[in-house]
Design a protein around this ligand. Structure first.
Ligand SMILES: [Zn+2]
Ligand SMILES: [Zn+2]
Length: 260
């Protein structure tokens, strides 16, 4: 497989390194294709995303790097589009469709930042964590509606803060029904799914998104997958890809080399 990573964050959003630092590191490690995918501007959470109106300058900087590395490494300019962001998705090489929030009335609550925030979302939904899961997967099912969406990001990120199993039982019938409904909808759209190692590199989980049970469900229904690191610092580009490639081979997964 071509050595590539297409889900990488830089200082344009919440990454720690500049695109230049990331490109230098990637090229030194033999990466053949590098895709930037900074978080699109989202007015409801300005800490993690691009600044308002910064998209054109972001694309210009990546286009400059693309020229600089021509012949050595292909550089793509993507974007990670949160479902609720009103920002346009035109002008990018690809669009990663993602859900990071539970939108409850006018309130936005992150699913992946702090457990108390997630539990607060559950409190807003009648103190029912499975209602929160259902809410999350209903929104996840809609990422295919994002214009130009190329791939489903971190499908089951809802479980990120659940390593100790204290708030969600992944075998609970309501949890399983919720993700299966979303999976069926996204499969019908034909969107590929990331095998995203971002929670492994952060020490939050031992396995990628989606987990083994979901990967099995998707694969049995013809899903296509792409490896992604969801890196927020240059050291984690390609994180755990060798192990995930072995897993993919063992399970005979369809691994794509580029976005369709
Ligand atoms: Zn994300
Ligand atoms: Zn990301």
């Amino acid at each position: 497989m071509i050595l590539q990573d297409l889900h990488v964050h830089s200082t344009w959003s919440d990454g720690k390194n500049t695109p230049e630092e990331i490109a230098r590191e990637a090229c030194a490690r033999g990466v053949r294709r590098l895709g930037f995918s900074d978080h699109v501007y989202a007015p409801y959470d300005t800490d993690c995303c691009m600044k308002s109106g910064a998209a054109a300058a972001y694309r210009r900087e990546i286009a400059g790097l693309k020229e600089q590395y021509r012949g050595r490494m292909d550089i793509l300019c993507g974007v990670e589009q949160d479902l609720f962001s009103p920002e346009p998705t035109e002008g990018y090489d690809y669009v990663i469709g993602a859900v990071h929030y539970l939108r409850i009335g006018e309130k936005y609550r992150t699913v992946d930042w702090k457990k108390e925030i997630l539990l607060d979302a559950a409190a807003l939904l009648g103190n029912d964590i499975y209602a929160a899961a259902e809410h999350y997967y209903e929104d996840m099912a809609r990422v295919g509606d994002i214009p130009g969406c190329s791939v489903t990001a971190h499908f089951d990120m809802f479980r990120k803060l659940n390593r100790d199993g204290s708030h969600v039982d992944p075998g609970h019938p309501r949890y399983r029904a919720a993700w299966q409904k979303a999976a069926d909808r996204l499969l019908a759209c034909g969107l590929p799914f990331e095998i995203n190692t971002g929670a492994i590199s952060r020490g939050c989980q031992d396995d990628p998104y989606p987990d083994g049970e979901i990967i099995g469900y998707l694969a049995a229904r013809g899903a296509r997958f792409l490896l992604s690191s969801d890196s927020h610092r240059k050291e984690t580009i390609l994180y755990d890809f060798a192990r995930q490639e072995r897993m993919a081979r063992q399970k005979s997964l369809i691994l794509l080399e580029e976005y369709p």
